[in-house]
Write a protein that binds this ligand. Structure first.
Ligand code: LLP
Length: 419
């Protein structure tokens, strides 16, 4: 459930009519709802009520906006980060270092070193090579890095290939058959406290079965490691729970996920770590856009909006579906092609989509844009970076300024020898 609803024929974010935001801030603009973020954070946490020891670490990549992180920090969430930049954001939002987990296959020496200095809660090591490097760094500083080994369980998550991470030939984690050996060797190195294992098989999962299969393999690994005398106190189960993009679409509810987790992990006796991203932020945001003009097409008209693939990349990258609705629908429906102004055909949000009738100047939104939206924006076609707004009941604030194309140009230089 979210807080974007029609009231007297006008789409609102909580108590704020979207035309007011479009008027004040301009379009395109991402609009997030604080109440929705909080609701999702609570629903997810309550779904895990049966798990006594846990850390919920929001996957910052889904929505790294500082104000969004602040909302989640106040809900007691920690952070799953994958770069020095994300770590800085989590800390700036007030998340305790202990609640920060650092994932990612390519953490640089600098990032590892900074994370050690910040005293983060856990490094999810993605290779033996990374563990060896971290050991040397930590030993040098006289520190011990708390670590989990990320394993690749070779499970097909049944999601889009580009966001699937748990198949044997994906770059993530170490092959599960090698995991015990690698863990044993890393556990002997100075500077490392090898305390657990981690898994994340993919994103936008529509079925819990592959997750349960992966957790089953992880449980067996925990047993094997303990049998070899290792101490396992933490298991990170990653994120991945999908959200409905198409209205009426049925996806596993957080409660079903929680019940499955409780079942799969009941005798593990560890602290469980969760890294939800999309399920928290996805439906807490929309991308508000204005129709530039409507152009006749061979079959259907082209509704050209002022948002483009540089603002919302998911349709161009993954062929993703985002519901598209008018802010002030007149009740008429029509088939249209929804496109942005960028000069490539990839800048298409939908072809032949049955949707609200729109005319030049009208406002509309792409729904379910709170996760992997603004964070994946670029300035392609010199369009600048999209603005972001957070609504809280009847007030709102700009939580990320629009970065105009001119400001980006100011960071560029023509060398003297070209002048
Ligand atoms: N943990 C790890 C280690 C991850 O790699 C990810 C996402 C998550 C947690 C959070 O997954 P979630 O709960 O959000 O599914 N840009 C793509 C999604 C990429 C996801 C990458 N990893 C999209 O727009 O669909």
């Amino acid at each position: 459930m979210d807080h974007f609803e029609l009231r007297d024929g006008v789409l609102h974010a909580e108590d704020v009519p979207l035309p007011r935001i479009a008027e004040d801030v301009g379009t395109p603009v991402y609009v997030y709802s604080r109440a929705t973020l909080e609701r999702h954070a609570r629903v997810f946490r309550e779904a895990l009520d049966a798990i006594p020891d846990k850390l919920i670490a929001f996957a910052v990549k889904a929505n790294p906006n500082l104000a969004v992180l602040k909302v989640l920090s106040r809900e007691g969430y920690g952070a799953d980060v994958v770069s020095g930049g994300e770590m800085r954001r989590a800390l700036a939002a007030g998340m305790a270092p202990r609640k920060i987990v650092f994932s990612g296959v390519g953490k640089t020496r600098r990032e590892l070193s900074d994370a050690l200095d910040s005293g983060i809660g856990q490094f999810n090591l993605e290779s033996e090579e990374e563990g060896t490097e971290l050991s040397a760094l930590a030993a040098d500083k006289g520190l011990r890095a708390r670590c989990a080994l990320r394993v690749n369980p070779d499970v097909d998550a049944g999601t889009h290939d580009k966001i699937s991470t748990g198949k044997a030939d994906n770059k993530f984690g170490v092959p599960i058959r090698d995991a015990a050996g690698i863990f044993g060797r890393l556990a002997q190195l100075p500077g490392l406290e090898m305390r657990g294992v981690a898994v994340h098989i993919g994103s936008q999962l529509g079925d819990l079965a592959p997750l349960e299969a992966a957790f089953g393999k992880l449980g067996a690994l925990v047993q094997d490691l303990r049998a070899e005398g290792q101490t396992i106190t933490h298991v990170d189960l990653g994120g991945g729970l999908g959200v409905p993009y198409v209205r009426g679409e049925r996806l596993p509810e957080p409660a079903e996920y929680g019940a499955m987790v409780a079942r799969a992990t009941k005798d593990w006796g560890v602290t469980l770590i969760f890294e939800p991203g999309r399920v928290i932020a996805g439906n807490a945001g929309v991308l508000l856009t204005r129709v530039v003009r409507v152009k006749r097409g061979i079959n259907d008209p082209f509704v050209i909006v002022d948002a483009a693939m540089n603002d919302l990349a998911r349709p161009a990258l993954y062929g993703a579906y985002h519901d598209f609705v008018a802010v002030e629908p007149d009740g008429e429906r029509t088939r249209s092609n929804i496109v942005g102004p960028i000069c490539e055909t990839g800048d298409t949000f939908a072809m032949g989509r049955e949707c609200d009738r729109l005319a030049a100047g009208d406002l509309a939104v792409f729904r379910t844009a709170g996760a992997y939206g603004a964070t994946m924006a670029s300035s392609y076609n010199s369009r600048g970076f999209v603005a972001e707004v957070l609504v809280d009941r009847d007030r709102y604030a700009v939580v990320a300024d629009r970065i105009e194309a001119g400001a980006i140009m100011e960071a560029e230089r023509v060398p003297e020898w070209l002048a």
